[in-house]
Design a protein around this ligand. Sequence first.
Ligand code: GTP
Ligand code: MG
Length: 171
Amino acid sequence: MTLTPQKIVLLGESGVGKSSIAIRYFYNKFNSSIEATIGATFINQTVQVSTDYEVRLQIWDTAGQERYHSLTLMYFRGAKGVIIVFDVTNQASFRKAKKWFEEILLKGLENSKVVLVGNKIDCQTSDRKVEKSKAEEYAKENGIMYCETSAKTGEGVKEMFFNLAKELPTH
Ligand code: GTP
Ligand code: MG
């Protein structure tokens, strides 16, 4: 069964790796000198959730820079899935992720699934600033999912999209 594309939006501070996650997922590539996103772009990807059920995703990669904030918020409209990304080596990006969650919560999340993503887990353990347990606790308190990824190595990326896709409403 193929359904109409479900809108997914990637949110989070500039530099956390939203575009890198999208590029890893779509092209299975990584570029360490990628440029900051301007506005937003989207990719379409189909996820095989089970043998007889697939979900088409339209994944919007937004710009994290502050000057695009209100524009980015517009891309949230109609999103069935929201991926809020932070960088596990950057505490400020985790605070920003929580602010994003609070902001979209005010807009209404009745029809959306949210996943919080800690990216850059390939970085050295000594560089890690946000403990997995802290992020998990926040996600649990707020009834959202938590996943960890590395766009650089690809670890956890497919699983994250798969976990989100299988939670999306079927109609
Ligand atoms: P904006 O478009 O400005 O909102 O940023 P973004 O969230 O799209 O970040 P982007 O994907 O451009 O990545 C920012 C920087 O982090 C780049 O230098 C990437 O190569 C690097 N990066 C992204 N993901 C990872 C990762 O998983 N591990 C490591 N080590 N670096 C990463
Ligand atoms: Mg980007």
